[in-house]
Design a protein around this ligand. Structure first.
Ligand SMILES: Nc1ncnc2c1ncn2[C@@H]1O[C@H](COP(=O)(O)OP(=O)(O)OP(=O)(O)O)[C@@H](O)[C@H]1O
Ligand SMILES: [Mg+2]
Length: 459
């Protein structure tokens, strides 16, 4: 990859410039050679340059000024300084201003090539990091949270309000409601987004291991601690620490966590030195923490520390209107990931999906969509293709019922629904009464009685 790196060389001596250009081009680099620093700076603002190599002593604009400009405007571009023999002070000064390296003239070709090679490697690492960063933002930004329901909009508004601050956030919600997704969205919408997002599941590890996972340990602090290890708190410095399943913390670890939240300081396991960290904590739980506090299973002081901003996530069944867009979202995802032709759910199948209770929430919905997409051979996924628990007769009624207000006149509502169903059956039967009665599973005479009762004329 280094062969394709673009090097900008700046030197007021034209002959020298030509020698360097030839040397680097022979190595496969793309080279732009300019003898005027001002032109070079203008060039930087409109081109993709990986590494800058500049002479120190130039009339008008010095190498140091070039360095300062580059560091200010394109801090990710490594700058390599060439100094005249004997001006070691200026080289030291250049390093202080953030030069990547310096070489003193006259230098051998190998010396220059090695330094340029190192600089391009660094530039490449930077570029990859930026790409990764962009793809993480792309993957985990707020815009990845699908749904237009009132409930999810409330969540999004809270995420947007909480993200810019360092306030501790407690996300609560049933399993599979999107707690981790929301935690990441907070991080990637915050000023900390370029720093790490570190996730720890407090349930996955036994308490002893979890402690050293969180706080790290000093060499020799316990059998097996053969080297010093930094914990998650240190790794997350400057960024966000996501503590998942926070209700599972033992009382001892609750005390330790409380201290970090209060003082932003801690010690590694087996170590005396205090370590200070700048972290934002986002915690999640599918338990009712307030209830655990009541029962004495969770410290109240820790609860209040964590619960600065609380974001409760609604269960999927409480926002059924989002189901069609979530289904579409997951279908698109499966299609893209598996490079397969798109499919659709039949209207009836979609009705079943909308009506189902979804005890496993969005994760369960995602799994169902994925398995249907992969397993069903045709282009259309029908009711029969759905998992048995979803085909449960009652589920489609639940979605219809969800559209009605809770407060209603039951007898009156039932009659209205009956009349609507009869009208629909008649239309579908092209007004042939025998057929409509058959659709509804009643006799023709009962149908006629009801037609009269509801004043349905058949037109
Ligand atoms: N609103 C949403 N839009 C799109 N995808 C979502 C949404 N909510 C959740 N998901 C997806 O559903 C899956 C489960 O979400 P996530 O892992 O964040 O849930 P969780 O609440 O952390 O679950 P658990 O309690 O089981 O750990 C993930 O694949 C996530 O990307
Ligand atoms: Mg989770």
């Amino acid at each position: 990859m280094s062969e394709q790196s673009h090097i900008l060389i700046i030197d007021d001596e034209k002959n020298y410039l030509l020698v360097l250009q030839t040397l680097l081009e022979d190595e496969g680099y793309t080279v732009t050679a300019l003898n005027d620093p001002e032109t070079a700076l203008a060039f930087l603002s409109e081109s993709e340059v990986d590494v800058v190599v500049t002479d120190m002593k130039m009339p008008k604009v010095s190498g140091r000024e070039v360095l300062q400009q580059v560091k200010k405007n394109w801090p990710h571009i490594p700058v390599l300084i060439m100094t005249a023999f004997g001006s070691i002070e200026s080289a030291v000064e250049a390093m202080k201003y953030g030069a990547f390296d310096y070489i003193t003239k006259p230098f051998s070709n190998d010396e220059l090539l090695l330094s340029v090679h190192n600089a391009t490697e660094l530039a490449r690492a930077h570029r990859q990091y930026r790409l990764l960063q962009e793809s993480m933002e792309e993957r985990y930004g707020v815009h990845k949270i699908v749904g237009r329901s009132h409930a999810i909009r409330t969540v999004l508004a809270m995420v947007e309000r909480a993200a810019p601050s360092r306030a501790t956030v407690l996300i609560s919600g049933e399993s599979g409601t999107g707690k981790e997704l929301v935690a990441r969205a907070i991080h990637y919408s915050s000023p900390r987004k370029d720093k790490p997002f570190i996730s720890v599941n407090c349930m996955a590890l036994n308490p002893g291991v979890l402690e050293s996972e969180l706080f790290g340990h000093e060499k020799g602090s316990f059998t097996g601690a053969v080297a010093m290890r930094r914990g998650r708190f240190e790794q997350a410095d400057g960024g966000t620490l996501f503590l998942d399943e926070i209700a599972e913390l033992t009382p001892e670890l609750q005390v330790k966590l409380l201290r970090v939240l209060q003082e932003r300081k801690f010690e590694r396991v087996g170590g005396g030195a205090e370590i200070e960290v700048d972290i934002r904590v986002v915690a999640a739980t599918n338990k009712d923490l307030a209830e655990l506090v009541e029962k004495g299973a969770f410290r109240d002081d820790l609860y209040y520390r964590l619960n600065v901003v609380q974001i409760p996530l609604p269960a999927l069944r409480e926002r059924r209107e989002d189901i069609p867009s979530l289904v579409a979202h997951f279908m698109e995802k499966v299609t893209a990931e598996n490079n397969m032709p798109p499919k659709t759910f039949s209207t009836e199948a979609l009705n079943y999906l909308t009506g189902y209770e979804w005890p496993g929430n969005i994760r369960q919905l995602e799994n169902v969509v994925e398995s249907c997409m992969v397993l069903v051979p045709g282009n259309v996924i029908n009711v029969d293709d759905l998992p048995a628990e979803i085909r449960d007769e009652d589920s489609q009624f639940k979605s219809a019922v969800d559209l009605l207000p809770v407060q209603l006149d039951l007898a009156d509502t039932l009659e209205k629904i009956e009349a609507a169903l009869i009208r629909r059956a008649l239309v579908r039967a092209d007004l042939v009464q025998v057929k409509a009665a058959e659709y509804l599973g009643i006799s023709k005479s009962l149908l006629q009685y009801k037609l009269k009762k509801y004043g349905i004329t058949g037109h």
